[in-house]
Design a protein around this ligand. Sequence first.
Ligand code: BV8
Ligand code: ZN
Length: 253
Amino acid sequence: MAIPHRLVEVRMSAQHVMVLTGAGVSAESGLPTFRDPLTGLWERFNPQELATPDAFRDDPSLVWGWYEWRRMKALRALPNPAHEAIRSLQEKVRRLTLVTQNVDDLHERAGSSPVHHLHGTLAHPYCSRCGAPYSFPPEIPEEPEEGRRVAPPPCAECAAHVRPGVVWFGESLPEREWDIAERAAQDCDVFLCVGTSSVVYPAASLIEHAAANGAVTIQVNPNSTSWDDRVSHDFRGPAGVVLPALVAGCSLR
Ligand code: BV8
Ligand code: ZN
């Protein structure tokens, strides 16, 4: 795809590159983003309303079914060139901190490590009452059809509902991951923001910290966000196309 506008050389001589990804980095792997209209039977639900403790309390099977559907899609998805490019960037720069809002494991499967998940992951559910961790059975179950309720498994310790290991709206972020992200945003000299609408806080405040600390800020997104006119470099295009070109370190003019 011809990238529609002049791109600039990204300083790969940076001391510390921070990368923040959102659902858009997994879009080319076939995973639905959070704010694109939900497809199929899920379209009558607003993810914002499903990703809350109240929704799970009121209808645990609906919410568990949604996460199981997403987990099955993530298990069947493959990392795309954007994930690969971020991994290879890590090998090119002195220091890279990768922070994601995503709950899939595509960065890990592309070979990135460590990956700091601000909003938890699909892989580590736990008991909604006693917190006991729950392990999924090894075999990959049938993909539940969209919109189907699936009863959450009972906790082996206390029989309460097991819940997804993600951070819902109104819940705090994992302290250690947030602390790492905040420090990196204060310290980095390049902040690369990929595939996020930058509307969910506190994750969306990270680019503000980076800009305030004088970092070169770069956005990669096929659509507009509120950061278009505020970032140092705004690349309008899919991450799977733009990132490999950027990371190749070439001057894209
Ligand atoms: C907190 C769960 C405080 C897992 C998610 C009232 C009470 C409490 C808090 C609040 C409140 N009101 C507001 C808040 C703050 C709230 C918030 O920010 N709300 C927003 C909506 C205004 N935040 C919270 O509640 C956070 N907690 O503040 O706690 C607190 C403090 C102390 C004590 C108690 C509480 C918790 C936030 C986490 C919420 N959980 N997910 C899951 O189900 O996934 S957030 C959800 O949005 C997703 O996880 C997602 O990661 C995140 C951000 O979305 P994006 O990743 O940006 O995805 P989106 O679809 O929006 O955009 C995709 C982008 O990709 C688009 O721009 C698109 O153009 C682009 N794209 C598409 N294709 C491509 C592409 N880009 C590149 N290439 C492509 N090919
Ligand atoms: Zn329990």
